[in-house]
Design a protein around this ligand. Sequence first.
Ligand code: HEM
Length: 394
Amino acid sequence: MSAPKDVPVYPANIYSEHAIVDPYPHYTRLRAHGPLVWLSRHRVYALPRFTECKAVLRDDKAFVSGGGVALNPITNRLSRGTTLTSDGPEHDQRRKLVAHRMLPRALRAISDNVDRLAADVVDAAVARGTVDGVADLASTLPHAVVPDLVGWPRDARGDLLRWGAATFDVLGPLNKQAIKSAAASLQMLRFAKRVVGRRGVIEGSMAHELLVAADSGKLSHAECAPLMIDYIAPSLDTTISAISSALYLFATHPQQWRMLKDDRSLLNNAVNEVVRYEAPVRAFARHASRDTEIAGVRIPAGARVLVMYASANRDEREWDDPDTFDIRRDANRHLGFGQGAHACAGQGLARLETSAMLQALLDRVDRIELAGEPTWALNNIIRRHERLPLELIP
Ligand code: HEM
């Protein structure tokens, strides 16, 4: 697609290593350029502001996911057949197949177990004193909860985190990052196909239920592996990001931690504010299904638009003082979990895990302090810490 004439152009690479680690100055400049900005480097219309992101996410007829939500055509071709990348009745049907497992009633049934796990993890961390907030705290619940729910074999979880991260990475532009991750992402799909083929999933799990539905002709057996990946891949790094960002933000904003300790009714707000402030998912794309317009600008059929959740969540037009982390703010309307038909199907679970970890910490820890310089993981889609040295003071 050639550069549009009536849209401001932003030539910088917002997926360079430098921009991945420090994206917010780019987002601020993009929002200042206008509601719609042409990223010449990536040949896509960017939506850096809240109002247009929300409008496009809600108009899933004009802005479809079926052509893929990645910024490169290879992943878009390979990722067909998932909930994330389908539209209309096909999408509704896929979502219905597993939605009941994510409803509040189903989550209530596992919440005691999640609380117990969180308590054990935090007890062990407090006993050590100095820990890595990512490996020792944030990764443990996501790694334990969803794989069981989905039915991923218990003896084959060693690669899950790496595969999950790679499956996000390949949704970016075709840069060094995406190319490096391609093999691991394909391995995950191949492995899921093998597990489904030999019916090696956990009895009574979501994948088991999908296989039974396939046996009775409700879906094809070929759809089972992508649907398994559909739930397991987005459940790991995203929630690890939310939990580790919460740890970092409370370590660097001790007065906010004190406020939460004094008033636990702020916990829901706190989780929303973490996901607003450090959106775990940077951005996904959509395709225009027909000639349409955004903010009065004509968008031709077939054009790609980039919905920038993380920038929308810091839009000064929508939020007072958006670069301040404040758990008293009502951040419920943030776009960190998306919006509309494709809004995160696992957000109840992500909230449950993040809240359980914070509750366990609030019960046991007086202060969280940084014990070294944190580093950021390099990933085209996910913003999360790689290492987060912390001291937990009981
Ligand atoms: C803090 C944690 C999480 C964040 C920030 C997050 C974020 C998102 C976002 C932004 C979308 C929208 C995609 C779009 O607009 O195209 C999404 C979709 C989705 N998420 Fe999450 N997610 C999280 C946790 C989870 C978990 C734990 C699961 C599974 C148990 C999950 C499963 C899904 C699925 C299946 C979709 C696709 C929904 C659809 O296309 O209808 N996510 N997530």
